[in-house]
Design a protein around this ligand. Structure first.
Ligand code: SAM
Length: 280
């Protein structure tokens, strides 16, 4: 019998060989955006991440864990919850985990999740949103999602051609926050239309702005608009903003890292009590 087909407990499958066809499919999901787009699925690592997904209503398609860890209470309970919700449970070998996570020291649990995005019309509907213009770096995106989650930000909008939010690198860098922050995508025109329809103000950040970010009015609904790592904001977005802000730097310093600049902006905006409300 093909080991992938072998049911060792009802609804549980054992897969030990990295060349197993199921592993090939899953590793394509881990490595290729095209495969994630085709299937509408994505991968993330760690038991906490799977629990975060279940808690926030993301569908868990597969729960993949080492045979050893499946003996542990918390892992076994989560596997049972995934199974109960119609997901598949795979008991796998360490080489399989290494192949799926593309690293030598893999987590003992990996989840495969259904992709979900917030409706575009939500952008700027209430509270504090972050707009990311053509963000390229998955690590920056994951870090921004992590900060946005910690700060209780209402949502993050990806504007134009961005890196894939469902890549393993982004999900990894978000440390589970991925599932807690509404994420919407829009081209520039659709982003501006949604923010406008919701009467949200746009505050852009720009290296040549003159207004100090510590002096701005952060009354919501508001979108903080952050520029591309290399090119900054497009001219059209900069012109559409209600204000452009600068984070002061030593003369001659190049710029701040995008994720760092976004974190500073978010926490400055939290000084407005209406934005801090989500923190309780
Ligand atoms: N070469 C780019 C430019 O000229 O805009 C640098 C882009 S910077 C690495 C990426 C983004 O981080 C910027 O578009 C802006 O949103 C934000 N940023 C970085 N440093 C900033 C600063 N000192 N003031 C305001 N925004 C900043």
């Amino acid at each position: 019998m093909n080991e992938a087909e072998e049911e060792w407990r009802p609804g549980f499958h054992r897969v030990t060989s990295p060349s197993n066809p199921i592993v090939k499919q899953l590793s394509a999901l881990s490595a290729k955006k095209k495969e994630r787009d085709r299937t509408g699925l994505f991968l993330g690592e760690g038991l906490k991440l799977v629990r975060d997904a279940l808690e926030t209503g993301f569908r868990v398609h597969d729960f993949i864990a080492s045979a050893d860890s499946l003996q542990e209470g918390a892992v076994a309970d989560t596997a049972a919850a995934v199974k109960g919700a119609g997901g598949r449970v795979l008991s796998v070998s360490r080489p399989v985990l290494e192949k799926l996570s593309r690293r030598d020291n893999p987590h003992s649990v990996i989840g495969v999740f259904e992709q979900r995005l917030a409706p575009r019309k939500e952008i700027g509907r209430e509270g504090l949103w972050i707009g990311l213009d053509r963000i390229r770096d998955p690590g920056n995106l994951g870090t921004i999602l992590r900060t946005a989650d910690a700060a209780g930000v209402a949502g993050v909008a990806l504007i134009g051609e961005c890196c894939d939010p469902f890549s393993l690198e982004t999900v990894r860098a978000s440390m589970g926050s991925f599932f807690h922050v509404p994420l919407a995508t829009a081209d520039e025109a659709a982003f501006l239309a949604a923010a406008n329809a919701n009467s949200a103000r746009l505050l852009g950040t720009h290296l040549s702005a003159t207004e100090d970010f510590r002096e701005a009015d952060y009354t919501p609904p508001l979108v903080l608009v952050m520029g591309n790592e290399r090119q900054g904001l497009t001219d059209a977005l900069a012109e559409a903003c209600d204000g452009l802000l600068r984070i002061p730097m030593r003369e001659g310093a190049d710029s701040l890292n995008l994720a760092v600049a976004t974190g500073l902006m978010i926490y400055e905006a939290l000084k407005h009590p209406q934005n801090a409300a989500a923190l309780g």
